[in-house]
Write a protein that binds this ligand. Structure first.
Ligand code: NAD
Ligand code: 6OD
Length: 489
């Protein structure tokens, strides 16, 4: 991979190097080479970014009517599409994800986030009530939806562009300004988005980007800043806990999309081939680095052996290799550190009594990729529900497949987790499908599908999986304040 010039922070419409001169290196997940040197924002840059965002609330952005804002955000969506090639290259260099995935999902869904949310804001109507008063003249009561202010946006590395657009779509549609702290692993496409937005006419200061880490770095400085009105965070549950403590100061609201330990449930009456295909996607897409991915698979006993054999064949047929090759279906993990973590779970699974069906280690790669964070798609059977590998989020391309004998049993076992993000259920029995949707305790239930979500419906989780929902009206509520106006007539 060719090295780019140092990636700078983006503050008030300008590229800004940190005054400290500090940088950090982003290494390619695919081959370990230096992809990018990144300027690490310190407290002064975070201060400048928040100040710019605060000032922009009062500038042309603050007084812009909804249809002008809509036209701008539509132009932004078009410009994202026009810059697809550049965005793809940057996203793939940072993440190592296959081009088939980035071009089919990350970039187009990212553009859609701007159109969908501005359409929703334009269609939003306010409540209005007429009430009587003792003097008989009456009163008119109505509500106004106002921007919340400066929003801190803290993002993870697994779907960098998709995630930042998912938050900026509604935040900007409602007239807020933002300071984004992308993941230190994947800083590039959020920064490109800010420049693209400037180029189409989004005023300076509306989108600011600061680079760095969490504790003692840009993430912590941003979440602690008193002029931040709300914090939207996607990432690990324990990071959410730290951010919640920062948000408590000043009682700032948070929206948290956190981890998952999601179940895939396959009944014997399913469309077998579709179920195998669906569980393959939900376990291995993005090399398993998807919060809504499946790490616990439950298969009804009559089809258990056949299903294990079929999933093994699918896992072994994934095409591992150069992310820029159109035929590749399985890329590396995000970093060698993350691979060490996932490999430690691979070892632990065997220590906890698993039978290895396939994978379990590091594939042999051509010499130019040997320094990449490659790993094998992995399947186990035989883990008990209370094994730590069945209870902790691994965030890797692996699952344990367990047999079950009844609907009640599988509901109880699927719900036996502190997470509550999503479940994918495979059955052709319509009544059972609806019963499962009611009884599984998660934010999203997919029936004969996985990751099939209209952006207008909410997404999020319960328990350790998060606080609140993003998507649809729930995003509109988080990114706005409702003001009540009562007029004596
Ligand atoms: P992470 O929590 O390590 O980091 C996320 C972001 O938080 C990064 O930008 C990081 O720099 C920042 N950060 C870390 N500590 C901070 C602090 N104290 N204050 C402020 N910012 C801080 O998560 P990750 O490893 O980047 O992402 C993987 C995790 O994200 C997984 O657990 C996954 O399940 C979760 N995730 C959840 C969803 C969802 O929608 N529920 C989506 C994607 C990823
Ligand atoms: O795009 C979506 O619908 C969605 N829920 C993305 C979440 C991805 C988590 O890794």
């Amino acid at each position: 991979m060719t090295m780019q010039p140092t990636l700078l922070n983006f503050i008030n419409g300008q590229s800004v190097a940190a005054a400290s001169g500090k940088t950090f290196d982003r290494l390619s997940p695919a081959d370990g080479s230096l992809v990018q040197r990144v300027s690490e924002a310190g407290a002064p840059e975070v201060q400048a970014a928040v100040a710019a965002a605060k000032a922009a609330l009062k500038g042309p952005w603050g007084t812009m009517d909804v249809s002008t804002r809509a036209a701008l955000l539509y132009k932004l969506a078009e410009a994202i599409e026009a810059n697809t090639e550049l965005l793809l290259r940057a996203e793939i260099a940072d993440t190592g994800k296959p081009i088939s995935l980035a071009s089919g999902l990350d970039i187009p869904r990212g553009a859609a986030n701007f159109r969908v949310f501005i359409d929703m804001v334009k269609a939003t109507h306010e409540a209005s009530y007429q009430s009587s008063t003792p003097d008989g003249r009456g009163a008119l009561n109505y509500t106004l939806r106002r921007p919340k202010g400066v929003i801190a946006v803290i993002c993870p590395w697994n779907l960098p562009f998709l995630n930042v657009t998912w938050k900026l779509g509604p935040a900007l549609a409602l007239g807020n300004t933002v300071v984004v702290k992308p993941s230190e692993e994947t800083p590039t496409t959020a920064t490109m988005l800010a420049q693209i937005a400037k180029d189409v006419g989004v005023p300076d200061g509306v989108i600011n980007i600061v680079h760095g880490f969490g504790p003692g770095s840009a993430g912590e400085f941003l979440t602690q800043h008193e002029d931040v009105a709300a914090i939207t965070f996607t990432g690990e549950t324990r990071t959410g806990t730290a951010i919640m403590k920062a948000a408590a100061e000043g009682t700032r609201p948070v929206s948290f999309e956190l981890g998952g330990k999601n179940a895939g449930i396959v009944f014997a009456d399913c469309d077998f081939d579709a179920a195998v295909e669906g569980i393959t996607r939900s376990t291995y897409l993005n090399s398993g680095q998807v919060c809504l991915g499946t790490e616990r698979v439950f298969v009804e006993r009559p089809i258990f052996d056949k299903f294990v054999a079929a999933l093994k064949a699918k896992a072994e047929a994934l095409v591992i290799g150069d992310p820029m090759n159109a035929a590749t279906t399985f890329g590396p993990l995000i970093s060698l550190e993350h691979r060490d973590k996932v490999l430690s779970y691979f070892k632990r699974a065997l220590d906890e009594g698993a039978t290895l069906v396939t994978g379990g280690g590091v594939p042999s790669m051509p010499v130019d990729q040997s320094q990449g964070a490659w790993i094998q798609p992995t399947i186990w059977t035989g883990l008990s529900d209370d094994a730590s590998v069945m209870r902790e989020e691994i965030f890797g391309p692996c699952c344990n497949i367990s047999p079950f004998d009844s609907e009640d049993e599988v509901v109880r076992r699927a719900n036996d987790t502190r997470y509550g993000l999503s479940t994918t259920v495979w059955t052709t029995d319509l009544s059972r499908a609806h019963r499962m949707a009611r009884n599984i305790e998660v934010g999203t239930v997919w029936i004969n599908a996985w990751w099939l979500r209209d952006l207008r419906v909410p997404f999020g989780g319960s328990g350790l999986s998060g606080i609140g929902r993003e998507g649809g009206e729930h995003s509109l509520d988080f990114y706005s304040e409702i003001r009540t106006v009562c007029v004596k007539l």
